[in-house]
Structures are given as structure tokens and as C-alpha cells.
Design a binder for this molecule. Sequence first.
Ligand code: R5P
Length: 299
Amino acid sequence: MKIFSGTSGKFLAEKIVQNLGTELSRLEVFVFPDGEKRVRILDKVLDEDTVVVQSTSSPVDENYMQLFFIIDALKRGGAKSVTAVVPYLGYQRQDHMFREGEDVSVKVIAEILDTIGLDKLITVDLHSIKIKEAFGIPAVELSALPVFAKVILEKGWRKDSAVLVTPDMGGIRRIKILSELLNNMPFAVIEKNRDLETGRISAENIEGKISKKAIIVDDMISSGKTVAVAADLLKTRGAEEIYVFATHAVFSEKAPKILQESGVNSVYVTDTVFVPGEKIFPKLKILSVSKLIANELGD
Ligand code: R5P
């Protein structure tokens, strides 16, 4: 098996190959003066099973184009199979038409990947269960929840003193799984509203009892507003310590400041998305999913 990486997957791909006791294979991405790119695979892939690691976070379109070109180059090089490890699958939130006249972005992405000959997709914590159905090829969804459960247990946070909280209804599946991993830790659900025109987020109600320690669990953090609004509400319901566990650090420009200034104690994310130095803030803790992915590839 030969493992390659696009530019946005490098930081994680290096940890994955380290876990597998191997090295990254080589490719070159050449950027023309007008911004177009050309990919060249530098190692032989004829009759090889190949893997490409590329996270499709910001700049989303650029990272997707690079992924498409790498898959095409591997196919043209005669690879027996191409598996894409896309730890964060960009456009996954647009998985259906929210309003008449909209596109279904993730379906378009899935169709392109199918059409260019990708054999298998491996990704981490999808926004909804139906995203996998958009793909005509096998799609494996790994979960960072066991990584979160391990930290929570190591911290000694137990079900008699802590409550898991999903900041919206869409997170119920996720929070039930984590609750089971934590010996049925109780959970609460925030009723969140997002105005599709203005993007404004509001939350006024919580279903479930809140303990002094609240653990917010989400699939991703983008603007950071969901976390900030949830933390404010939890404080009014008696939470004194608030921790956040979110898989994908899709941080927009202002997210680090919003999160640092919010009422939460720490924000745990994973390395499915690379967090550059300027987006690191004191409350941030980064966990790794490299072992999960390496185990899947090694199977
Ligand atoms: C929404 O349904 C997701 O699960 C996240 O809660 C959301 O994408 C977070 O976005 P933001 O950080 O912009 O509030």
C-alpha cells in the first residue's frame, strides 16, 4: 500500500504513516502563475493499492480540486485501487435542500468522486447519517467519540457529577453513543435555532437536567457561535464548568477569539483539520485521530 498526501492532509498523513511504521510516498503539486495546479505522482503506483490523505477544509474548493487531481493521477498511473482519507469532508452540512432553489453540495462532491474512479472513502464524524448514502462507493465513517470518551474518563468526570450536552437536535445520535461509552452518562439537548437568512443563532431551552459540570459535544466548530450561545445558556441553568468536545476545528477567522472569550473552560478538537498557529488559543486542546485512521488502513 502506498500512502500519498495532498497539501491539506500532510500534518495528519505524517502521523498516520508513523503509526503504520511506513513513509509517505511522493507527489508534486505545481502551481501555475494563474493559480491552476498540476499534480504529478513521483513514485510508481502500477498495480498498487494507494491511499490519498486530504482534508477538505478551508480553502475548500482548492483542497477538493487537488484531491480530484491526485485521484486522477493515481488512476492514470495504473493504481489497483485508490482510497481517499478525507478526515473532514467539506460541504457535508449542505446534505439536503433547506430551502427551495438550493443545491445539494455534498451530493455533487460524491458524484464527482464516484465519476473520477475513487474506490473507497474513509472519513471521520459526518454531520448526518444520510451523507454516506450520497456515495455510490464504499464509505467508511470513523468516530472520534472513543477518543473523547478516553479523555473524559482520564479526567475522572463521571455520570454522577457531569452531563453531556448536544447544542442542537442534530447531535442526538452522537451524544447517545458517547453516553453509552461513558457508562450511560446523562445527557441534555439544547433547542437551537439558526436563522437561515441572517445566520443568527439563538437557544432558549434545554431538555434535561444540568449538572455543575457540562460537556458540550458537537461534530464541528465553525464560527464558534453555537458553543458561545450554548455556554451562556448552560451558565444560566447552573453549569459552573463547561468543556467542549468537537471533532472538526473548521475555525472561521473570528472563532478562536469567540471561543477564548466564551464561558467555556476548554475546547477539545481533533486533528481532522489542521489548526494553524494564528488560530491556536489558550483554551484549545488538540487530540489526534491518526491512530484510528491507521488502524482502519492497516486492517
Ligand atoms: C450544526 O448543525 C453543527 O453541528 C455545528 O453545531 C455547527 O456547524 C457549528 O457552527 P458554528 O460554530 O458556526 O456555530
